[in-house]
Design a protein. Sequence first.
Length: 404
Amino acid sequence: MLRNPLRTSALLISAVVLFVAPRLAGHRGSSAAPDLTAHEWGTFTSVAGRDGAAVEWLPLTGSVDLPKFVEHLGPIAFKAGLRGTVRIETPVLYLYSPNETSVDVNVRFPKGVITEWYPHADRVQSAEAVMNAGMKQQRVDGGIGWSSVSIDAASQSQPAFPREPQADRYYAARETSANPLEIKTSAGPQREKFLFYRGVGSFRVPVLAQPEGDAAVHVENLGEAPIPAAILFERRGEKTGYRIAGAINRQLTITAPELSSSIDSLSQDLVQTLIAQGLFADEARAMVKTWQDSWFEEGSRLLYILPQQFIDSVLPLSIEPAPSKTTRVFVGRLELVTPATHRAIESALAKNDRATLAKYGRFIEPILTAIKQSETDSRKSALLQKELDAVANAEIALEVQRRN
């Protein structure tokens, strides 16, 4: 039986339209905006275990460093009870355009959950989804989306951004020439210089770092792309030191720095490193100013630049219409339990020196765990276990608060 080829073609076209149309609903399609540029920076914070790889950890603190207008996934205590290998901190997305325009922005987080954001987002995975997944971030397909983000072409104007009387690191990210943005909500418009979000995830970071006594730290690149740059930093009281390493293709041993440097010198070097990776100068300064008090606190850590292809794989970003150029510069922060940290914690526990323990802040639980795993002295091990029991009790209290 012969078929009418025109009728067959019409049926095929109809079928394609029916298949594709639902997927295009609510989207602008794959359009491009040649005058639009997107720049993003953020931090991936992890803690190295005995083998140098990032371990799951719990900070036991909520979002105490953010203004109250920032939105949260559940109460602040909710995030404090989320375990993960990576805490994605303060990604801020800047948009630049000489023309007034509107874009849709979506960030997927397949192995994590979004925990804070501003301005108001149209789509964020729910707290119930996290609860139902038993707090296993790798089982939650997280993400966030903003629709119809208005970009003000008059980038020199400064609309009234929300601000609270007390100082907050959040505001430093506004000190750039990025275009002001506006989101319309049922309660009125929300204005900001960027799109902001944070999250907690469970995935492997592309770096492994193991101290070699007090002399050096051995670093391995676990990914396919080179690590563009790395800095080994150490602070003991008022003394600080750092050593800059070049690109890490496979592995590298970094000699421990002498504690004879200044924070100002390191800040300047970090700014230049970030500029070399593609950030504008004011963006780089804003990033360092935002995290200066945290990156340079007590202890030892490896600060490294994450390859953009790794960022794109764990935190896919989509902007419609598409910018002509998108630059994403994320700093990895890997906390290290060096022999110096080991000795400082042991001494503080023996003296019940709470002030010294407090210097390690949100990292105290994974640090105590790593030290206990390597301890052979039964008396010291008992002190560590007592402190870990106190941490566990605090964790239980948080879990009760979170579920209530």
